[in-house]
Write a protein that binds this ligand. Sequence first.
Ligand SMILES: Nc1ncnc2c1ncn2[C@@H]1O[C@H](COP(=O)(O)OP(=O)(O)OP(=O)(O)O)[C@@H](O)[C@H]1O
Ligand SMILES: [Mg+2]
Length: 198
Amino acid sequence: MGLEYTHEAGQTPISEEEMSGLKIKSIILQRELDEFELLNIIKAKAWLKKQKLTPETALSESFMKKLHKKMFGDVWKWAGVFRRSEKNIGVGWVTIGRELKVLCDDALFWVENETFSQTEIALRFKHRLVSIHCFPNGNGRHSRIMADVLMENVFGQEAFSWRAAGMVSADEERKTYIAALRAADQGDFAPLLKFVGA
Ligand SMILES: Nc1ncnc2c1ncn2[C@@H]1O[C@H](COP(=O)(O)OP(=O)(O)OP(=O)(O)O)[C@@H](O)[C@H]1O
Ligand SMILES: [Mg+2]
């Protein structure tokens, strides 16, 4: 018997094919999956601490794939690999690479020209990254860590707290977060800035 996957609000459903990429066959319950993923992410964060990154290195396809693999590679075979199926959110999968390049170039321009504050650059990048939805799953967590990478590793500032650890459950905090992303979809970044306490 495989994992009985429960679908939480604002979560991208994992397809059956993607589910077959589960490396740890003993996982049956959603909370067991959450736990293994969390352990993997903690390891990835320790690895990240040691990385000194320039804007050019961090804002690249290769770094973001590597980071996703570090975060989910113990659990999923497709970690660090772009999705090859359509999701209810995100660009058509064939254009992921192109859209990501445009985003990275835009963000490099913002950094260079100080178009927005460093906090707003990190949040604008995070929002567009999760809207592209590069990977089969884990895009929310990956995009939040990328915002932290920009703040800490690139700008030398404090990382965002992102409130409750990982925000995986559908609680109030999560609802506020998703609502803030919806506002950002409309070009209003005030709720997302407020959410991170900026
Ligand atoms: N309307 C929206 N606009 C932009 N982003 C959205 C919207 N709805 C959902 N999202 C993003 O999609 C993410 C879910 O994608 P996915 O399941 O791949 O990531 P995850 O890491 O598993 O989720 P989580 O955020 O719970 O850690 C949410 O975290 C949120 O960031
Ligand atoms: Mg998910």
